[in-house]
Design a binder for this molecule. Structure first.
Ligand code: NAP
Length: 293
């Protein structure tokens, strides 16, 4: 069994990007610039955005944080989005989700210029991804593909079972894993809450990806010997052993499943650390006009 270390991989990628930024500046180019719009003071969103800003600093990007109180109107927010679309110094930006109920997230997403949509949530990017055109791919699926690449895990011809069909994880992953090329060329099965005999389907997986948010759901008897297991789940569980009072648990019963696998991602330290790094990768692509020119 080999552990897929997302923390270390993420560090390596950030170092590579920092080097590239230095080179861009040396060649007289512009420093990549990511902006983040944060509405309200939700603890989770605050810490995600902080992590994103810190990552920018680490790789030498410029970053801007635009804050609004929770009572900001939809129109105010949309007009900021339009302004960021037009700002030539900003290569990419994100509007941190979730937004307060009185604001349509879909409307906000669709107002973002797809060329600056480094979260990859705009339907144009999702559509382009689905038909294999260059696109900004959302952070979690991209982070998983990057891990598969970095660990040189063969995907061609393999049976990939994905548990979960959300728009941010399961659905895009199912498309990407079945696409032509690497990582891809896999035969994909998507499971969800209406799938009967889910245990049996999981047992057929060469690559099993769990993205449901149900701690310890994947048990030892659901995994084929030698399978590759990617655990996307992150559920906060109360804990007396940590300072914060909680610890993260994945969708896989790690201790019992790990010995059966050839590769497995831990939680924490697997897929999670790759998500912010994926945003950094997308921002660099936006700055280099790699997707749209
Ligand atoms: P979501 O939108 O709640 O979707 C969950 C999916 O799992 C749904 O498709 C649901 O099926 C399916 N599901 C739930 N319980 C199931 C069960 N018992 N059997 C079979 N399928 C079941 O969740 P999400 O946003 O994709 O996130 C999934 C997990 O990944 C969460 O723990 C989340 O915190 C974590 N996550 C982690 C990262 C990271 O960076 N590591 C990023 C994103 C998400 P239906 O469609 O039928 O309801």
């Amino acid at each position: 069994m080999k552990l897929i270390d997302g923390k270390e991989t993420s560090k390596v990628i950030r170092r590579e990007i920092a080097e590239e930024v230095k080179q861009i500046l040396k060649d007289g180019g512009k420093r990549p610039h990511l902006a983040a719009v944060l509405v309200g003071h939700d603890g989770g969103s605050e810490s995600y955005v902080k992590g994103k800003m810190r990552a920018c600093e680490e790789v030498g990007f410029k970053s801007s944080l635009i804050r609004y109180e929770v009572n900001v109107t939809e129109e105010e927010l949309l007009s900021k989005v339009r302004e960021l679309n037009e700002d030539p110094d900003i290569d990419g930006f994100i509007v941190q989700l979730p937004l307060p109920k009185h604001i349509s997230e879909q409307k906000v997403i669709e107002t973002i210029d797809p060329r600056k949509d480094v979260d990859g949530f705009h339907p144009q990017n999702v559509g382009r991804m689905a038909i294999g055109l260059p696109s900004f791919v959302s952070a979690t699926p991209q982070g998983i593909l990057e891990l598969l690449k970095r660990y040189e895990i063969e995907t061609e011809g393999r049976h990939c079972v994905i548990v979960g069909r959300s728009n941010i994880v399961g659905r895009p992953l199912s498309i990407l894993m079945s696409q032509k090329g690497y990582p891809g060329n896999a035969t994909v099965t998507v499971c969800h809450s209406r799938t009967p005999n889910i245990e049996e389907v999981c047992r057929q997986a060469d690559i099993l990806i769990a993205a449901i948010g149900s701690p310890g759901f994947v048990k030892e008897d659901m995994v084929k010997k030698g399978a590759i297991v990617i655990d996307v789940g992150t559920t906060r569980m109360p804990s007396t052993k940590t300072k914060s009072g909680w610890k993260l648990r994945g969708d896989v019963d790690f201790d019992n499943v790990a010995p059966k696998t050839s590769y497995i991602t831990p939680v924490p330290g697997g897929v999670g650390p790759m998500t912010i790094t994926s945003l950094i990768i997308n921002t660099l692509k936006a700055a280099k006009k790699e997707i749209y020119n």
